[in-house]
Design a protein around this ligand. Structure first.
Ligand SMILES: NC(=O)c1ccc[n+]([C@@H]2O[C@H](COP(=O)([O-])OP(=O)(O)OC[C@H]3O[C@@H](n4cnc5c(N)ncnc54)[C@H](O)[C@@H]3O)[C@@H](O)[C@H]2O)c1
Length: 373
């Protein structure tokens, strides 16, 4: 069985999630090309060595530049904060590697475009990790929309709410630093809502938006007695228009007490509606106007039948799956695309378009005007 050697840069949250996906994908999906967990990279030797042992990587390294040039590496997976996406992805592309990169693609449109240019010039396969596309219920939503079950789409309502920085004592980590993260709730979580909007409805052509930073200073992680400025948004709200005529709202915050990972969308068309909530990710709410009037109403479809996307590889109907499975599905589709020698979706083109929408939202918020994407 042909094997692809993976180098993963970053070993914390996403590093663990991606490591798990590479371990699970072969036993459950039997891809034509199997990933080998070759090298895990980080900055601190003892920590990366310990993570490599725990997650099942053959080697650990603190030198990503040397690793991405290694002849025996086939896939470079970028799971670092946003400021390192462009340098690592561009070096990997120049070395002829497949590049799999976390979202948002970069910290600016200019960097995202440089990354797209690098993979295009090198002719390498590229993908961005908008893993929520591959929740089976989201794939089912896509199929229902593409099959015309909802008719003409008129509304997209995307809401991504978390609460982990409500406490003003929460320290000034990299996600609150513009130089590292590019933006706050916008790039961290609204980027997923934007991707789902583009995936399910169409291109966003125009936006109006507001950004807010409620807590302007926070304690420094290394010295809580001192504080530093928060340089990103805590929350974003936007109105959007789509190329095919729909209108929508996108709201994201990390300041909604009680909401943990409330990634929800509702879509209304001329013939029906759909609603999805990641916290109940095995379910899709479906309303079809064509149902007999006496029983017409939202139904809760449990998306765990063997005919539903990706489900057959896992468990019998009703034996639900979770967050981590979305990464396994994403990695499976990447491996199959490599076997077919094609670029999968979403890829760096999607990453650039997503970044352009975010940039338009920032411009709209600053100018308090509608901005074309
Ligand atoms: N797809 C998703 O749902 C999802 C979820 C969370 C995060 N993310 C994205 O994944 C990326 C990483 O986020 P995270 O939550 O894993 O962050 P994290 O802080 O948990 O981990 C970041 C990792 O990057 C490493 N790192 C930082 N700078 C580095 C450098 N210069 N060289 C080598 N390694 C370096 C750190 O050591 C750490 O292992 C971000 O782009 C984030 O937006 C995506």
């Amino acid at each position: 069985m042909a094997q692809l050697n993976v180098a993963l840069i970053g070993y914390a949250f996403m590093g663990r999630a991606h490591s798990n996906a590479y371990r699970q994908v072969s036993p459950f999906f039997s891809p034509r090309l199997r990933p080998c967990l070759k090298v895990l990279c980080g900055r601190t030797r003892d920590k990366v060595e310990s993570a490599a042992r725990e997650y099942g990587w053959e080697e650990a390294s603190t030198d990503w530049e040397a690793v991405v040039r290694r002849k025996d590496i086939d896939i470079v997976d970028v799971a670092t904060p946003g400021d390192m996406h462009a340098p690592i992805a561009i070096a990997a592309a120049r070395a002829g590697k497949v590049v799999f990169c976390e979202k948002p693609l970069a910290n600016s449109v200019a960097d995202a475009k440089r990354m797209l240019a690098a993979v295009t010039k090198a002719g390498v396969i590229h993908m961005i990790c908008h893993n929520y596309r591959r929740a089976p219920a989201v794939m089912l939503a896509k199929k229902l929309i593409d099959d015309g079950a909802l008719g003409d789409i008129r509304h997209y309502r995307g809401t991504y709410l978390q609460d982990w920085i409500v406490d003003p004592a929460f320290p000034l980590g990299w996600r609150l630093d513009k130089a590292k993260a590019g933006s706050g709730a916008l790039g961290d979580i609204a980027s997923h809502s934007i991707d789902l909007a583009r995936f399910l409805v169409g291109e966003i052509t125009e936006v109006s938006a507001g950004l807010e930073t409620f807590i302007k200073r926070r304690p420094l992680p290394e010295n809580p007695k001192r504080s530093g400025a928060v340089t990103v948004d805590d929350a974003v709200m936007a109105l959007v228009r789509f190329d095919q005529g729909a209108i929508g709202t996108i709201e994201a915050t990390r300041m909604a007490p009680g909401r943990k990972n409330y990634n929800r969308f509702e879509i209304n068309g001329s013939k029906g509606s759909l609603a999805f909530d990641l916290e109940r990710m095995n379910e899709l709410e479906v309303y079809l106007a064509s149902d007999p009037p006496s029983i017409r109403g939202f139904r809760r479809v449990i998306v765990t039948e063997s005919g539903h996307p990706f489900v057959k590889a896992w468990w019998p109907p009703g034996h639900i799956i979770g967050y981590e499975h979305t990464f396994t599905h994403t990695v499976y589709d990447l491996l199959e695309a490599i076997a077919d020698n094609r670029v999968p979706e979403p890829n760096f083109n999607d990453g650039v378009k997503n970044q352009q929408v975010m940039h338009a939202m920032e411009k709209a918020a600053a100018s308090r005007r509608w901005v074309k994407v």
